[in-house]
Design a protein around this ligand. Structure first.
Ligand code: NDP
Length: 453
């Protein structure tokens, strides 16, 4: 590490103790940006990176609600308004017991670069709560969402901050929060994205992150004159991103053989067909069950429960060509990365945010595989959220084809930006540097133009 990154990181760690995911995200970006800062002393002088690291605003609030037994429950709510240099804050809400300030700051920080890469005018933000929707009744989820929005509504707005979904926040939660916002503010407006189709949502928004990650993979394969046809793919997670990743892999004639939840994973050597995917969607989105049930229904599948004693994830230890981590951060460690390489994987397209540890990323970069980091590969979700905002402003919905074509075009353009910046700064084929630099330049120039704010 250089003296600049060393000193920056010492400062970040001192000011933000006990936030390892935030440190990890900042360090990766800082290392990529060294190449830029050397050539552009004006960014150093204006302390652009130091300012990007500091959120513009952090909102932390109490979320009290009554459960079905009439007992009072108290959760913690957050919104990190990270950077608004190129547009209103934009980024998802996560409801999961692991949510804390450090996790949300890492996600908000990543979002700034990701949103910039989409070519749309969106700043970066992220929020959520340590509330766990798992095992809660619809009534309890609604009460929580209403209480959460009662406070959040005073900080957001269609030209200020436009949240969306993330882990634990899907169509149901967005609906409850939108309803409460509308009641409190007496306005029907595009203040959230991921809305239902009948009330301002965009076609392809649910599909966008997964489809986008596969489009990005197809672009990476295109640099080697290859396609996804016939490729065996490992997918993790079974939520929004994983489901539509599997769907698009099927569309492009690839074969997905794994998926997972936080209890264990499925390996289905025969491949996940459309009929099996429909079963997964019904299982996870309607019945809200566990992936284990898939192995009870399909003989070709093997279920392996999580073994907390293992220092690697066996999901990543199957022979395949491509991997699409789509569950959560740091789900691929160095051992997993090595297992993937040993099993023949030469493409990783990250649907999840920062699913690979720093050591894991270094293995992918050393081996020079096609490695698409989350902030580039999963930007399709927020890109279509941006398109939902455009449709809301026009009060005119686009067709499925129109949105899908725009999504495909945006993923192509992100891929191009990554390639060009990786080349321009002397690290051809390094999508990590390409994404960090490409995302940074637009935000940095806007910040220079807008003075010290
Ligand atoms: P969902 O809540 O729909 O699904 C998350 C999936 O990951 C579930 O299968 C869940 O299992 C599993 N999971 C979550 N946490 C853990 C954990 N700690 N260990 C193991 N498995 C876990 O979320 P999404 O699909 O929306 O999000 C998945 C990833 O994609 C996240 O990293 C998110 O930040 C990222 N992302 C999402 C976008 C979107 O548009 N939704 C956009 C860009 C990135 P279980 O059912 O047991 O909870």
């Amino acid at each position: 590490m250089s003296a600049f990154v060393d000193s920056l990181m010492a400062d970040v760690k001192a000011k933000n103790p006990a936030q390892p995911e935030f440190h990890q995200a900042v360090q990766e970006v800082a290392e990529s940006l060294e190449l830029v800062l050397e050539k552009h002393p004006e960014y150093r002088a204006a302390k652009i990176l130091e300012r990007i690291i500091e959120p513009e605003r952090v909102i932390l609030f109490r979320v009290p609600w009554l459960d079905d037994q009439g007992e009072v429950q108290v959760n913690r709510g957050y919104r990190i308004e990270m950077n608004s240099a190129i547009g209103p804050y934009k980024g998802g809400l996560r409801f999961h017991p692991s949510v804390n300030l450090g996790i949300l700051k890492f996600l908000a920080f990543e979002q700034v670069f990701k949103n910039s890469l989409t070519t749309l005018p969106m700043g970066g933000g992220k929020g959520g709560s340590d509330f766990d929707p798992k095992g809660k009744s619809d009534n309890e989820v609604m009460k929580f969402c209403q209480s959460f929005m009662s406070e959040l509504c005073r900080h957001i707005g269609p030209n200020t901050d436009v949240p969306a979904g993330d882990i634990g926040v899907g169509g149901r939660e967005i609906g409850f929060m939108f309803g409460q916002y509308k009641r409190l503010r007496n306005e029907f407006t595009g203040v959230l994205t991921g809305k239902g189709l009948n009330w301002g949502g965009s076609l392809i928004r649910p599909e966008a992150t997964g489809y986008g990650a596969v489009y990005f993979a197809a672009e990476m394969l295109g640099t080697k004159n290859e396609t996804l046809e016939g490729k065996t793919c490992l997918v993790s997670g079974s939520g929004n991103v994983a489901q539509y990743t599997i769907e698009k892999i099927l569309d492009l004639d690839g074969k997905a053989v794994t998926f997972s939840d936080s209890s264990g994973y499925i390996y289905d050597e025969a491949g996940i067909s459309r009929e099996k995917l429909e079963f997964i969607m019904e299982l996870k989105n309607v019945r809200r069950g566990r992936v284990k049930e898939y192995a009870e229904k399909y003989d070709s599948a093997i279920y392996t429960p999580i073994d907390p004693g293992l220092d690697y994830n066996p999901l990543w230890d199957h022979k395949a060509d491509c991997a699409f981590p789509s569950a959560t951060e740091n789900e691929i460690n160095a051992k997993d990365a090595q297992n993937l390489i040993n099993k023949g994987i030469y493409l990783v397209s990250e649907g999840a945010n920062m699913p690979t540890t720093s050591d894991g990323v270094n293995i992918f970069l050393d081996k020079k595989i096609l490695y698409g980091p989350g902030k580039a590969a999963n930007a399709g979700g927020v890109a279509v959220s941006g398109l939902e905002m455009v449709q809301n402003n026009m009060r005119l919905p686009w067709t499925r084809e129109e949105v899908d074509n725009r999504l495909r075009h945006i993923m192509k353009s992100i891929h191009q930006t990554c390639m060009e910046n990786a080349d321009r700064f002397g690290t051809p084929g390094n999508y990590v540097n390409g994404a960090n630099i490409g995302g940074f330049l637009k935000v940095a120039d806007a910040m220079l133009d807008q003075g010290i704010v």
